[in-house]
Design a protein around this ligand. Sequence first.
Ligand SMILES: [Zn+2]
Length: 341
Amino acid sequence: MKRKKTLNLAKKLIILGIMVLAIGGVGYFYDNMAVKEYEGSVVFPKKTDYTQVEEYLEGKDTDIVKVKRVSFTASNNTDTAVCGGVVRFGALIYGENASGEEKYYLTDDVSVAKNSDIKKIRDYVVAIPDNGSDEDRVVSMDVSFLDMTEKYTYNVVMQEMSNKNTSILVNPYMGVGDNFKPHATKTVGGRKMSTLAAGALQDLFDAAKKDGYTIWVNSGYRGVSEQRYLYNRAVAKYGPDQNDTAVPGHSEHHTGFAADLTWTCREGYISNNQVYDDEYDWMMEHGHEYGFILRYTKGSEDITGYIFEPWHYRYIGKELATQYVEEGWCTLDEFFCIPRW
Ligand SMILES: [Zn+2]
C-alpha cells in the first residue's frame, strides 16, 4: 500500500509539475509542495473575498483573473518536525483564467513572523534548531500572505542519534556531539566509511567502472579532531563566516555516511568544475540507485549552510535516496524534517 501511495504521489508530481511549470514564474522547489495539497493536510485560510489576491496577481506571470481559493503549503505538511529540520512555506492560488480554465499560481511571497523558537533563514524558510534539551517541545509559527495569516504547529521530535541511523540529519542546526563514532569503518577507495555505507559505495564504483568512469574518494569518515583542525584552518584563512567547512560535531563526514567524490580527470582533487564532467552527470543519474544523494545543491546555499559542493555525497540508503530524487527534493534538511522512520 505504501509503495502505491508513493507512485501516485510521483504521478501527481509530474502532472502538477508540468501544469505549474506551464504557468511559469515559480521555482523548482514548489513543484513538490504543490503536490502536497492533494495529501489533504495544507491549511486553507477562511476567506471569501479574493480581490486583494487578484490585484496581487496583476503583472505576475499568470492569466488567473478569478481567484477561487488560496492555500498555505509547506515542505513539511505533517504535524511533526525532526529537530534540526528546515521548513519552507508558500501560498498556492487556485482560480480561473478569462476562458474559465482552471489555473494554479504558486508563490513564495509569504512571510514567517519572527519567533524565538525558530531560526529564520529566508522570509519563507525556517529551521528548527536543537535547543539542547531532550524534552518534547512544540513550535508554532505564524505564516502570512497578504492579509491572511495561519499558524503552523509542529511537535518536535529528536531523531535517533545512533551511529546505525543512516538517515541521521546533521547540519548547522543539529550536531552529533564530539563523542560520536561510526560503529565500524571499512576502507573504500583508500578512505574510511561507515560499514553501513561502504558496500554501497563500492557497488557504485563498480557500476560506474562498467560505464567507463573511475570515481575516487577524496575524503570519507573524519573524526572530530580532524574536523577541528580543518575548521580552524578554514576560519584562519576565510574568517568566521566561511561556509565550506563544518563546525566540529556538525560535519556529515563525522557520521561516516558522507564521501567527497572526484574522478580521474580531476586527478583526485575536488573542484567546482566537476559539475561540467560526465562523471557528475552519471552521479546525478545513478547515485541514488546506490543510496547516495548530492547533499549541498546550487541555489540552496543559505538553507544547507554550505556552498554548492558537486563533490559531497551523502548515503541515506537506496529507498530514501530514490524517494528523495523522484519527489524532486533539493535539500536533505527539508526532506529529513519529516520523520522518515
Ligand atoms: Zn564533504
